[in-house]
Design a protein around this ligand. Structure first.
Ligand SMILES: *Cc1c(COP(=O)(O)O)cnc(C)c1O
Length: 430
C-alpha cells in the first residue's frame, strides 16, 4: 500500500511500511530470521558498501522485519525516516550520538523517566558529554541554559512520573532560535495522543518497550527524524555536514538531504555502536502497534475514571493527572495531546511511606513493577524502589516523594481497577 497522507491513523497503524511478502505472498510481515543477505554479484556488494545503493548487507545494520517497523513508526509520527534499536535507552544514545562530542551539552528537562536521569547525569559523562537539567515550565531558565556548546534540547511530551505535559510549542521556539535540534521522548504519549513533530520537534525517540508494543513482552527503541533540520546551517554538526572518512569523504547531509540523520543512524550508529533491534522484537512490536489507537483510547478513558475517583477519596492527598481540571497542565491537553492525557500519573497517599508500602502489597490486579505502558495496570512506589538512593528532598524534587505512588493504568475494566484500589487503600489505612 502507498502510505498517502489521506489515510487515517487507524489504517496506517496496520498497513504503513508493510506489503505482502514478494516471495510467498504472506500477508503478515514475516520474521526475517537471518544474519546476512546474499549479494547479487561483486558490483552489487560494492555499491551497497559505498552507500550508492540501498539494500540489505548484515542484520546489525538492517533487517526487513525491522525495516517495516521503522517505516511504520516514522509514518505514524509524521517523520521521514526512523532507526530502530535495542531499547529506549539505546534510542536516546543513538539520537545524541551524531550531535554531541566531548565538551558538548544537552539541555534536558528535570521531569524525565528515572533511568534517563541516571543515563544523562552519570553515564554520558564518560563520553565527555554533559546534561544541564532545567525546569521546562521556566522558559527563561531553558533559554539561559542553552549555550554555544549546546547540541540538543531534550524533554518528554507527557513526562514522568506525574504525566505532566510539556509545552512543546514554546520549547521548540527556543531550540529553533538557538539553531539546535529538539529531541522529544514520546514514549508515554505515543503518536496517537501527541505528534511532537507538529509542535516543532526535530527528532522523536521511543521506548517501544512500552505502549507501542503494549503487552510487556520485548524491549526496543526507535529514533524518528522529522527531516526538517538544516544540519549544514552551522558548523555545529560535522558528523552530518562534514566529510565522513569512513565513507570516502561522503557528506551525509549533502548526499541524503532530509534522510541524512536516518542514514547516519544506520550506516554509522548501528554499524559502530551495535545497539540493534532483533527481528523477533520487531515482530512483537508490529503486532502491538496494530491496536495502538484502540488501546490508547481505553488507557485514557480508564485513567480519567480512576484519577477522578482517587481525587474524590478522603484517603488521598492529591492526584497529578493532567486530564483532571485541577491539574495546572489541564489547559495544555487540547493543544499538545488532543486525544487525551495518557495513562500515567502519580498520587499521594495520606499515611505516607508505610501506607504506600501496604497499598502496593495489598493490590491484586495492579502489579508492583518497574514498567509502564502495559495492557495490565501497574504501580510502583518510587521512594522504596527506583528512587531509594535519593535523599527525601531529592525524591520530592523528582515528584517521587515518600507518600507518592506512580500508576500506569491498563485496559482492564475501570470498575475492577477502582474496586482493587479501594480494598487496598482500606488495608493501607490500618
Ligand atoms: C522506559 C522508558 C525509557 C527507557 O526505555 P527502555 O526500553 O527501558 O530502555 C525511556 N523513556 C521513557 C519515557 C520510558 O518510559
Amino acid at each position: 500500500m502507498s502510505d498517502g497522507p489521506t489515510y487515517g491513523f487507524d489504517t496506517l497503524q496496520i498497513h504503513a511500511g508493510a506489503r505482502p511478502d514478494p516471495a510467498t505472498g504472506a500477508r503478515q510481515t514475516p520474521i526475517y530470521q537471518t544474519t546476512a543477505y546474499v549479494f547479487r554479484d561483486a558490483d552489487h556488494a560494492a555499491a551497497l558498501f559505498n552507500l550508492q545503493e540501498v539494500g540489505y548487507i548484515y542484520s546489525r545494520l538492517t533487517n526487513p522485519t525491522v525495516a517495516v517497523l521503522q517505516e511504520r513508526v516514522a509514518t505514524l509520527e509524521g517523520g521521514v525516516g526512523a532507526v530502530c534499536c535495542s531499547s529506549g535507552h539505546a534510542a536516546q544514545i543513538m539520537a545524541l550520538f551524531p550531535l554531541m562530542g566531548p565538551g558538548m551539552n544537552v539541555v534536558a528537562s528535570t521531569r524525565l523517566y528515572g533511568g534517563t536521569v541516571t543515563q544523562f547525569s552519570q553515564t554520558i559523562k564518560r563520553f565527555g558529554w554533559e546534561a544541564k537539567f532545567v525546569d521546562f515550565d521556566d522558559l527563561d531558565a531553558v533559554k539561559a541554559a542553552i549555550d554555544d556548546n549546546t547540541r540538543a534540547v531534550f524533554c518528554e511530551a507527557i513526562a514522568n512520573p506525574g504525566g505532566y505535559i510539556t509545552d512543546l510549542d514554546e520549547i521548540s521556539k527556543l531550540s529553533d532560535a538557538a539553531g539546535v535540534p529538539l529531541i522529544v521522548d514520546n514514549t508515554s504519549a505515543t503518536p496517537y495522543l501527541c505528534r511532537p513533530i507538529e509542535h516543532g520537534a526535530t527528532l522523536v525517540v521511543h521506548s517501544t518497550t512500552k505502549y507501542l508494543t503494549g503487552n510487556g513482552t520485548v524491549t526496543g527503541g526507535c529514533v524518528v527524524d522529522s527531516g526538517k533540520f538544516d544540519w549544514s546551517a552551522s558548523d555545529k554538526f560535522p558528523s552530518l555536514s562534514a566529510p565522513e572518512p569512513a565513507y570516502h569523504g561522503l557528506k551525509f547531509h549533502e548526499t541524503f538531504g532530509p534522510l541524512a540523520f536516518t542514514f547516519h543512524g544506520i550506516a554509522v550508529g548501528l554499524r559502530d555502536l551495535g545497539m540493534t533491534m532483533n527481528p523477533q522484537a520487531a515482530h512483537y512490536t508490529l503486532m502491538g502497534i496494530e491496536t495502538l489507537s484502540l488501546r490508547m483510547e481505553r488507557h485514557v478513558e480508564n485513567a480519567r475514571k480512576v484519577a477522578t475517583w482517587l481525587e474524590a477519596d478522603d484517603r488521598i492527598e492529591y492526584v497529578t493527572y493532567a486530564g483532571l481540571e485541577s491539574s495546572p497542565y489541564f489547559d495544555r491537553v487540547d493543544r499538545i495531546c488532543p486525544r487525551g492525557a495518557g495513562g500515567l500519573f502519580t498520587f499521594a497517599v495520606k499515611g505516607g511511606y508505610d501506607a504506600c508500602i501496604k497499598l502496593v502489597n495489598a493490590l491484586e490486579i495492579f502489579s508492583h513493577v518497574a514498567n509502564l505502558g502495559d495492557a495490565r495496570s501497574l504501580i510502583i512506589h518510587s521512594a522504596s524502589t527506583t528512587h531509594r538512593q535519593l535523599t527525601p528532598e531529592q525524591q520530592d524534587a523528582a515528584g517521587a516523594g515518600q507518600n507518592v505512588v506512580r500508576v500506569s493504568i491498563g485496559i482492564e475494566d475501570a470498575d475492577d481497577l477502582i474496586a482493587d484500589l479501594d480494598q487496598a487503600l482500606s488495608k493501607a489505612a490500618h
